[in-house]
Design a protein around this ligand. Structure first.
Ligand code: FES
Ligand SMILES: [Fe+2]
Length: 468
């Protein structure tokens, strides 16, 4: 072992790295995928109380959710003037609306008379204006007062004092982000490398093909942490992939993993006991067949080719035709791999073509042990095409299976596996004598980054409030 490997957090799994694979790809990756950046942030346990305590949940409800940027919807939900989207998080509700052909605005979903929630639904809708169901106060789409019944009795009320309460609203990558904090710094200050990296993978030129929202029986952090590492692949998915996944920490707010699907480094499995993964090293033909579920349509690896290059080429043909776009320049890694960027506190963006997801995790009302998981598949849009109407989301309750959503195909059982451990984990948190989670220094480093940022974010805002 070298000195460097002796440093905590510097050790990596044996065998080929992701960077080795990407460097040998037939169509090479864009520069951002060749970057590898990680840091050691300590190895202390993460207290279970952060997931289970009402007091910690309440602290997040005061110092995180009303102060942080989070995507509420896609711009394509708001195509026409009057299109609305209602986004709820914990006890808060925000209306996002296209108030004019080139403006999107957001407001707290509450009446400025006696507080009644204005729009009762969640998700997409349409409003010519906003009218409170209690006494009929109404506002125009820009939040200005339209009418107050019995106006003579309210000489003390004006747009300045009783217009709808504005919420900050910005666009990035075709997503509409909101921030309820009027003092919040611009969204761009929180995106770290995302604008730079996603220049190569523009998400605004995509459309929502599928949206599934499911209630999960776990705190929102535990739920998202089931998707933030590939270390669980061996046991949860019975898959040999993931031992050599790459984990990057780009800043306080953005982390990433890159994980090859349908390809793995057998050496990275040396210390997994049992026969489960003691397969002979697969030939390139076998590797190609192991990726058949991608639908690449190829069966043989020719001389000078690899399973990855053949599968990627097959997918370029299949998906290029399906989407009506030219994918010839798109790298093998973007065609094949699970590449996942996390944006603090609760969002995941995948630049991939075959694995093109976006996730969002948030508290389900005020229940500390329950969360809502939005899972969106973003499909590339052919050049010059306008966005079609987004599909209605499939809403799954906690007991329902992802396999009920036919369009998910092979992903349905995978998401059932991912979410199937959460109720047990929530129970286990509460029975443990040990006080917290223990994390791997590298493979679970993204979990630690989120917790450190969460503390820093809430401390700074609470500090600011106490200085006022
Ligand atoms: S509470 Fe909304 S109009 Fe009275
Ligand atoms: Fe998984």
């Amino acid at each position: 072992m070298t000195d460097q490997q002796d440093q905590p957090g510097a050790t990596r799994s044996p065998g080929a790295t992701i960077a080795d694979t990407l460097r040998s790809d037939a169509v090479p990756p864009p520069q951002p995928l060749l970057e590898a950046r990680n840091e050691y942030m300590g190895d202390s346990d993460i207290p279970f109380a952060r997931y289970t305590d009402q007091a910690f949940f309440d602290r997040e409800m005061n110092s995180l959710w009303p102060r942080c940027w989070q995507w509420a919807c896609r711009e394509e939900h708001l195509q026409d003037v009057g299109d609305t989207y209602v986004y709820d998080v914990g006890r808060y509700s925000v209306i996002v609306v296209r108030s004019s052909p080139d403006e999107i605005k957001a407001f707290l979903n509450t009446c400025t008379h006696r507080g009644t929630r204005l729009l009762g639904y969640q998700g997409g809708g349409y409003s010519g204006g906003f009218r409170c169901p209690f006494h009929g106060w109404s506002w125009q789409l820009d939040g200005c007062i339209d009418n107050i019944p019995g106006r003579w009795d309210f000489p003390h009320v004006s747009d300045e004092t009783h217009g709808l309460q504005p919420v900050q609203c910005e666009l990035w990558g075709g997503f509409v982000f909101i921030n309820m904090d009027p003092e919040a710094a611009p969204l761009h200050d929180f995106l770290d490398v995302l604008p730079d990296h996603f220049q190569h993978f523009p998400l605004d030129q995509r459309r929502i093909r599928l949206h599934v929202q499911k209630t999960l029986p776990a705190n929102w952090k535990a739920a998202q942490e089931a998707f933030i590492e590939a270390y669980h692949n061996f046991e949860t998915h019975n898959s040999p992939n993931g031992g050599n996944a790459q984990y990057d920490i780009f800043g306080d707010f953005v982390t990433r993993f890159i994980h090859n699907l349908g390809n793995y480094s057998p050496e990275s499995l040396v210390d997994y006991p049992g026969e489960k993964f003691r397969e002979p090293v697969m030939t390139e033909d076998e590797l190609l067949r192991s990726m058949t579920f991608f639908g690449h349509g190829k069966s043989e690896v020719g001389p000078g080719e690899t399973a990855r290059s053949v599968a990627a080429a097959g997918l370029r043909e299949q998906l290029g035709t399906k989407f009506g776009i030219d994918l010839s320049e798109v790298s093998d890694s973007i065609m094949l791999d699970s590449i996942e960027y996390h944006l603090f506190p609760n969002m995941f963006f995948f630049p991939g073509i075959n694995v093109p997801m976006v996730y969002r995790f948030r508290p389900n009302g005020m229940d500390v042990d329950s969360s809502l998981f939005d899972f969106v598949i973003l499909e590339p849009l052919s050049e010059g095409a306008t966005h079609p109407e987004p599909p209605e989301p499939h809403i799954l309750d906690v007991e329902q299976s992802y396999t009920e959503v036919e369009e998910l195909g092979w992903l349905g059982p995978v998401y059932d596996e991912d979410t199937g451990n959460l109720a047990l984990q929530t129970q286990g948190f509460k029975t443990s004598r040990k006080q917290g989670l223990t994390l791997g220094n590298y493979q679970e480093s993204r979990i630690r980054r989120v917790h450190l940022t969460l503390d820093k974010f809430m401390d700074e805002r609470e500090q600011g409030a106490s200085n006022e």
